[in-house]
Design a binder for this molecule. Structure first.
Ligand code: SF4
Length: 200
């Protein structure tokens, strides 16, 4: 098996590659993240990725283009569904590149994060795989969450404090917005419950 592993950032790469190496799976890492903003943050994550893959002699491909415009065009007016588009953009491109570079599988370090929508990532990847010549390699890397954090700290890797896009940056730092979102989520849960309890 030869896998092109989409890599969202260096800290999230540490644990998944440990698993691939243990299983003797051949891999190349692919940094393609038009969702990371602003530019200095993008550059910082890209440079950290580069430091790690160079240090460990991994095969890798980097897309250095800052994809702000591409990302915004994909999500504008659909901001509440932006993660769906964000996953799809990155996975589609990874599958395409995997096929062009003679890999038989693609996968992603997004499957390591406990903060991402794991089932949505799987669904998107499977749909992409069914229309492509490469297969999706699924692994649940989340059990290694703490191990990956500890190792990335030991390696002194830059660890970001928000997911990537400008929307997630605001959600991380704007306390007023955080409260609004918490209220909205509670209301959504309540209206879901009352819908389900309603007699037919
Ligand atoms: S929150 Fe994260 S996964 Fe969702 S759109 Fe923003 S960068 Fe992508």
């Amino acid at each position: 098996m030869s896998v092109l592993l989409h890599t969202c950032c260096a800290p999230c790469l540490v644990y998944p590659v440990k698993i691939l190496e243990e299983k003797n799976i051949e891999f190349s890492c692919y940094f393609y993240n038009p969702n990371i903003h602003p530019y200095r943050e993008f550059k910082k994550r890209l440079d950290t990725f580069r430091l790690l893959v160079d240090d460990r002699n991994y095969n890798y491909i980097i897309d250095r283009d800052y994809g702000l415009k591409t990302f915004l065009r994909a999500v504008v007016f659909k901001e509440d569904l932006r993660c769906r588009h964000c996953y799809r953009m990155r996975l589609e491109q990874t599958a395409k590149l995997a096929a062009e570079n003679d890999h038989d599988h693609f996968s992603t370090t997004l499957l390591y994060s406990v903060y991402q929508n794991h089932s949505l990532i799987i669904k998107q990847a499977e749909t992409i795989s069914s229309a492509s010549s490469v297969d999706f390699m699924y692994r649940d890397f989340r059990p290694g969450w703490q191990q990956g954090i500890d190792e990335s700290i030991q390696c002194n890797l830059y660890r970001q404090s928000y997911c990537g896009c400008i929307y997630s940056e605001q959600e991380r730092y704007d306390n007023r917005l955080k409260k609004q979102l918490t209220r909205k989520r509670k209301n959504d849960v309540q209206s879901d419950r009352s819908r389900h309890n309603k007699p037919e």
